[in-house]
Design a binder for this molecule. Structure first.
Ligand SMILES: C[S@@+](CC[C@H](N)C(=O)[O-])C[C@H]1O[C@@H](n2cnc3c(N)ncnc32)[C@H](O)[C@@H]1O
Length: 569
């Protein structure tokens, strides 16, 4: 006998098992079939399945709300309904033929399938396990009768399905109201849901009486759906892969005891499923490049939108917020280049809450800051680590432009002592808070003055530990501040060995062909001296062709003991 033919003939009598019939959905929503699920593509896509294709939004600056429903896609699938106990084994056997879409489990759970073991026993697949007077295959009514007979004084403990009879029906969830009656909800989440598409539209609904799992009359204890690859969605039975056919064939040989069913199901994927880029690609016009990323500062996502994105800035921000919740609570965009003294950014809140006070954890240290009033750049975290790694526990560090303290506080964990300064009173307020927050108040002293006055004061004060490292992180201007070191030890004798010449780490930008050479030249000019050994590090490209650099060198003796160039008041 030809097994394929036999299988087909047998399945033809069971509507549940025949997949050659096209799927018919009577959903209230009008669905546009965008592409037949036979077309070859990998994984779900917004361009496939049922549902209207999201249209790029018109050029509306103020449009900020997203109609999330337009991202709901429905896919027709075939599935094998199998006993739960055999599911893992069958999943292994059918590997390669299952759906295998990202973030979607191949195994869909049937709601209410975890029944009392006592009931499962009654429905055991092994005919020998039934006593002679028991029917192995029970109709829903017989099941109910049997359960009622065994119902005892302990009430509903053993028979949870009977308990449902006396309980008020639970309020149906929204998705159930939307669905037509021919579907049975089996798995749902805010990301996707799987429904079994019943072809028995007029089947009597026993679910209220004997439990959801009896609906359809074919229940035999806990079951699961193994979702088959999308290419089998509308495949006729004889076109199914050998592994699936073999399963069905062997099972079918058992006649009415067969436990495997080939069923139609519907996979609905919601807005939450799609990734940020997929959503933005669908929302933005084709000629607009999808913004690729953002900087995260605590709960804030900091976008750097281009001109072409501005008409869609609120939509982009909403997608960024939706896709990165709960970590991200606020989405901002920089409205202007940083040009003020305090290096703070002009930010526009595009989505989420409007608080720009946040907490950042960097290398295990907590920093509180208000992005509206102080400077912060998370992209410098690696550079800060590199710099601090060069410090030792005997170092005394002087951070001239400390901001809220990312270098000063990290250094304090390692070094002997730190002097931190900033011109911005808000930054000083936050650095003080952060010092306390990280329990480093014994090791850092904070100053609020101009960098020139600070360096002058700190090097001329006898109360201060001798400085061994000076950090100058104000890339726009720091090199021009270097002249302050000219004659810093002018009041000491040139042969005073107790004078420690500090190592200076100065940051700067360069757009030159040879940025290292260019920056070195600027340092020499500021110090009026040729500094011989300068260690240069490229920190990062801040714009095309513009490097941020860090130059580290020992302050030349000739500079420190030379004549001061300017008088600091
Ligand atoms: C680029 S930020 C660096 C802050 C910190 N080092 C960091 O990595 O986050 C430069 C800092 O220098 C401060 N600043 C600007 N001009 C200054 C000056 N003349 N004297 C002292 N601090 C100044 C700004 O307020 C700002 O906090």
């Amino acid at each position: 006998m030809n097994p394929t033919f036999s299988l087909q003939t047998r399945l033809a009598f069971s509507p549940h098992r025949l997949l050659c019939k096209p799927f018919s959905f009577s959903s209230s929503k009008t669905l546009t079939v965008v592409a037949c699920s036979n077309s070859l593509h990998h994984g779900p896509s917004l361009r496939h399945g049922h549902g209207s294709v999201p249209e790029p939004v018109p050029n509306l600056t103020e449009q900020s709300s997203i109609d999330r429903d337009i991202f709901t896609r429905v896919f027709d699938l075939a599935a094998l309904r199998v006993p739960a106990a055999e599911c893992s084994e069958l999943e292994r056997r059918l590997r390669g033929h299952l759906l295998n879409w990202p973030r979607i489990r191949n195994v869909a759970r049937v709601s209410g399938d975890d029944v009392d073991p006592s009931i499962s026993k009654l429905l055991s697949r092994n005919p020998e396990s039934y006593s002679s007077d028991e029917e192995p295959q029970l109709s829903p009514v017989l099941h109910r009768e049997k359960l009622i007979k065994q119902f005892n004084h302990r009430g509903f403990i053993n028979f949870r399905n009977l308990a449902k009879i006396s309980r008020p029906k639970k309020k149906k969830k929204r998705y159930n109201e939307r669905n037509d009656d021919s579907t049975e909800k089996i798995e749902t989440s805010s990301v996707y849901k799987v429904e079994l598409v019943s072809e028995e539209d007029n089947a009597e609904d026993w679910s209220t009486l004997i439990g959801e799992e009896f609906k359809g009359g074919s229940w035999r204890g806990p079951t699961r759906l193994l979702l088959l690859d999308e290419r089998y969605a509308k495949t006729e039975t004889h076109m199914l892969p050998g592994a699936v056919k073999a399963l069905l064939y062997c099972e079918n040989e058992r006649g009415i005891n067969s436990l495997y069913e080939l069923v139609h199901c519907r996979l609905t994927i919601f807005y939450s499923y799609w990734q940020m880029t997929e959503l933005l690609e669908a929302l933005l016009p084709e000629d607009v490049i999808v913004p690729s990323g953002f900087e995260t500062i605590g709960h804030i996502a900091h976008l750097n939108l281009r001109e072409e994105h501005l008409p869609y800035k609120k939509l982009i921000a909403q997608v960024v917020l939706d896709k990165n919740k709960p970590k991200i609570q606020t989405v901002v965009n920089k409205t202007d280049a940083i040009e003020n003294d305090y290096r703070t950014m002009q930010l526009e809140v595009l989505a989420g809450n409007h608080s720009l006070v946040t907490t950042v954890i960097e290398n295990g240290i907590r920093f509180q800051l208000d992005l509206a009033t102080v400077y912060w750049n998370s992209r410098l975290a690696t550079e800060r680590q590199r710099l601090i790694a060069s410090f030792t526990n005997s170092d005394v560090v002087c951070d001239v432009f400390a901001g809220v303290g990312p270098i000063a506080i990290s250094a304090a964990r390692k070094a002997r002592h730190v002097y931190a300064n900033d011109l911005n009173p808000n930054a000083v307020e936050y650095i003080e808070r952060n010092i306390v927050l990280n329990k480093l108040d014994r090791k850092i002293e904070v100053f609020n003055m101009d960098g020139r006055r600070f360096v002058n004061a700190i090097f001329s004060s006898p109360q201060i530990f001798p400085i061994t490292q000076v950090v100058m992180n104000l890339p726009n201007d720091a090199a021009e501040f270097l002249d302050i070191f000219k004659g810093i030890f002018r009041n000491r004798s040139n042969d005073d060995d107790s004078c420690i010449l500090p190592k200076i780490h100065v940051y700067g930008f360069s757009k030159a062909q040879n940025p290292e050479f260019d920056f070195h030249e600027r340092i020499n000019m500021a110090l009026c001296e040729t500094v011989r050994e300068v260690e240069m590090n490229r920190v990062r490209l801040v714009a095309p062709g513009k490097w941020m650099l860090c130059a580290s060198f020992n302050l030349p003796r000739a500079v420190a003991f030379g004549k001061p160039l300017i008088k600091v008041v």
